[in-house]
Design a protein around this ligand. Structure first.
Ligand SMILES: O=c1ccn([C@@H]2O[C@H](COP(=O)(O)O)[C@@H](O)[C@H]2O)c(=O)[nH]1
Length: 264
């Protein structure tokens, strides 16, 4: 982020975007789309975030494109955050950890998104695997969608919010790390006053800019004193500038300038 700017660009090949780019809604279109984004941006942005669902919908051929996309993006110098939002009982979580956080796995990524709905403690196998591999995780805490708050702001038996309990556990896991731990949280740039402390000594992924309505000024509102730990994430708002590589790069330059200005 210091070298390239505070921006994560999502690789979200929506069918509408494939059509807008003049590509088919098929594996060839998917491959072309991802190749264009990686070729244009992997040496420009800090992080690329492929959204697994858009690859999985094409079955194993789509997953093969995802493998190549992750490898090419990492090869060109971007960190790759694979947005898979996994979460399961501990024994199965260990299998997910093996799929994404074992450096020998075909889909190994620098970080993955995890869902704590089965209890944040159930994610331990993935957190341990990430630590062992020098990788990271981003656990959903306060998501950018309007439906999230009803669950995430509900109170637990000890009076904390559900999101607060997740953030506390990440903070505990990051306690000894410097300058920042590898256990991050997802907190949408769209959320109302977060209430819970976001000072988890870890990175904060902030989706919701652009297509979901948030602006750089919202980052300052939501994250306040920890805004320096925020990695803003944008997908459609940048991807709509394609298919020209120069259009994509110009969109990234504009967003990065605006973010640098807002975040200070
Ligand atoms: O709370 C969350 C967690 C993840 N996302 C993901 O980010 C992108 C957002 O795409 P845009 O086109 O910039 O709206 C997408 O992959 C989501 O799954 C999120 O939006 N909110």
């Amino acid at each position: 982020m210091d070298a390239r700017g505070p921006l994560c660009v999502g690789i979200d090949p929506h069918p509408e975007l494939l059509a807008d780019w003049g590509l088919g809604d098929d594996v060839a279109g998917l491959e072309r789309f991802c190749g264009t984004v990686v070729g244009a941006l992997a040496d420009q942005v800090a992080v690329l975030k492929p959204q697994s669902a858009f690859f999985e919908r094409f079955g194993w051929r789509g997953v093969a494109v995802l493998e190549r996309t992750v490898a090419e993006a990492r090869g060109a110098g971007a960190l790759v955050l694979l947005d898979v939002k996994r979460g399961d009982i501990g024994s199965t979580m260990a299998a997910y950890a093996g799929a994404y956080l074992d450096p020998a796995a075909p889909l190994f990524a620098d970080a993955v998104t995890l869902s704590p709905y089965l209890g944040v403690g159930s994610l331990a196998p993935a957190l341990d695997a990430a630590r062992a591999a020098g990788a990271g995780v981003f656990v959903l805490a306060l998501t950018s969608n309007p439906e999230g708050a009803a669950v995430q702001r509900a109170q637990t038996a000890d009076g904390r919010t559900v999101a607060g309990a997740v953030l506390d556990e990440l903070s505990r896991r990051n306690a000894e790390a410097a300058p920042l731990g590898s256990f991050g949280a997802v907190v949408g740039a769209t959320v109302d006053d977060p209430v819970d402390s976001l000072a988890i000594n870890g990175p904060l992924l902030a989706p919701g800019l652009g297509a979901q309505g948030a602006t750089p000024a919202d980052l300052v509102r939501v994250f306040g004193g920890v805004v320096g730990n925020v990695l803003p994430s944008v997908s459609r708002d940048v991807l709509r500038a394609g298919p020209s590589p120069e259009g994509l790069r110009a969109a990234v330059r504009d967003r990065t300038t605006a973010l640098r200005k807002a975040l200070g």
